[in-house]
Design a protein around this ligand. Structure first.
Ligand code: PLP
Length: 449
């Protein structure tokens, strides 16, 4: 039996419909270099999705393999429970604290994004109890937010299709409208949009009862929801409101962090420091699994002051090999100025795409190499194509694939997500723009007929 048959027979893929996968067949990836990946049949693809939006330093970095091998030989595992720790975990925690926004000096390691979110939620609840808010448990989230698929992280995620069959979910998670100036109630041409979206948070805190709310949890730029960039002042208003009611601000920088949005963290672009920050993905660029929660010193101090036990942990938290690789990955990001490069390349991408004047693109937006294009039937009215059996975005995605480009799409609306490795070259950016423009026109014209 060949590998593709074995795959269909035994491997359960993420987020699939089993019958559809059996019809389509699988694509087994065997090799990668820079921004290009190859499948088992030798076909090359330009990966404009950077894996699952995480291969920030690009594929095929030999130096990361070398660091992993050396650490495996010296100490392949030791945990970080009780009084124990290991050298790479300590060094990486200190490095992250030095890179973090001011005041986020404590670090807890996880295995990925969902665990980072779950950990941040638990710490926020613990903190509220430690400071005497016995009922301080609710977490307010955004209705287009994505925070992972484990039950706690899924409870923070609003997408109905993800949640539908898995209830009951964890109680205490509530959702408010996202600061979406393309489709939401307050649009980009409203100078007050940021304040108005933030006011929805205040209304909700008051409706729930401030003493019952532990935290507001949000991505500074929403990723899976469609790369939604909030108005510039939104997070500043959010920060002020959280402070007013003693609610913690948890920012989920799992996708935006480590240079993706054109700076080390996205929150700095909005002039905001959260109380807790969730990270994963770009922390190792996917070379090994690792996540981290960066926690404000004041949060841990309050818990320590109350002498509340921190009963939380994962066997693999602070894994020395993952931590050593993360350290070298960050060194590469810094040495090669990849955050600045992402900002530069993102501008080139947006300008080039806009210059094509594509009739089916109503808006191009984003920060760094987190770029979105809104796909519509009519860009004047912003009318979308009817979804019917198959939405426009899926045809665009399939068309790009035929041209050898793997692209991201938002799962629940016609939004193209362009998030290549930060090392993508100018020539590769130009090729992406060519392919996107051609495929979107072809598929749009076909649907209009
Ligand atoms: N948070 C955000 C913002 C994400 O984009 C993701 C994954 O896409 C997650 C959390 C979940 O991360 P993981 O899949 O590593 O659990």
């Amino acid at each position: 039996m060949n590998l593709k048959e074995l795959d269909l027979r035994h491997l359960i893929h993420n987020e699939v419909r089993f019958r559809e996968l059996a019809r389509k067949g699988t694509t087994v990836i065997t090799r990668a270099e820079g921004s290009t990946i190859w499948d088992i049949d030798g076909r090359a693809y330009l990966d404009a999705q950077a894996g699952m939006v995480l291969v920030n330093v690009g594929y095929g970095r030999r130096e990361l393999g070398a660091v992993a091998a050396a650490q495996m030989e010296r100490l392949m595992y030791y945990h970080t429970y009780f009084q124990y720790s290991n050298e790479p975990a300590v060094r990486l925690a200190a490095k992250l604290a030095s890179l973090a926004p001011e005041g986020l000096g404590k670090v807890f390691f996880t295995l990925g994004g969902a665990e980072s979110v779950e950990t941040a939620v638990k710490i926020a609840r613990l903190y509220q109890r430690a400071r005497g808010r016995a009922d301080g448990h609710k977490i307010i989230c955004l209705d287009l937010g994505y925070h992972g698929n484990s039950l706690g992280a899924l409870s923070a995620t609003a997408f109905e299709a993800h949640r539908a069959y898995y209830g009951p979910l964890v109680p205490g998670f509530v959702h408010i409208p996202s600061p979406d100036t393309f489709e939401g109630p307050f649009r980009a041409d409203d100078p007050e949009a940021g304040r108005k979206y933030a006011a929805l948070l205040e209304e909700r805190i008051l409706a729930e009862g401030p003493e019952t709310v532990a935290a507001f949890l949000a991505e500074p730029i929403l990723g899976v929801g469609g790369i939604i960039v909030p108005p510039d002042d939104y997070l500043k208003h959010v920060r002020r409101i959280c402070d007013k009611y003693g609610v913690l601000l948890i920012l989920d920088e799992v996708m935006t962090g480590f240079g993706r949005a054109g700076t080390m963290w996205a929150c700095g672009q909005f002039g905001v420091v959260p109380d807790l920050m969730c990270t994963a993905k770009g922390l190792t660029s996917g070379y090994l699994p690792l996540g981290a929660v960066l926690v404000g010193d004041h949060v841990i101090e309050a818990i320590a002051e109350a002498d509340f036990p921190f009963e939380h942990g994962f066997t693999y938290a602070g894994h020395p090999v993952s931590c050593a690789v993360a350290m070298e990955n960050i060194a590469i990001l810094e040495r090669e100025g990849l955050a600045e490069r992402a900002a530069r390349m993102g501008e080139r991408l947006k300008e080039a795409l806009l210059a094509r004047d594509n009739p089916y693109i109503a808006e191009v937006r984003g920060r760094g190499l987190m770029v979105a294009a809104e796909l519509v039937r009519d860009r004047e009215t912003r009318e979308r194509f009817p979804e019917g059996n198959r939405a426009f975005r899926f045809d665009v995605e399939a068309g790009c694939l035929r041209e050898g480009v793997i692209t991201g799409i938002a799962p629940y609306r016609d939004t193209l997500m362009i998030t290549p490795p930060l090392v993508i070259t100018e020539a590769e950016i130009d090729r992406l723009v060519d392919v996107y423009d051609r495929v979107i026109r072809q598929e749009g014209d076909r649907r209009r007929k």
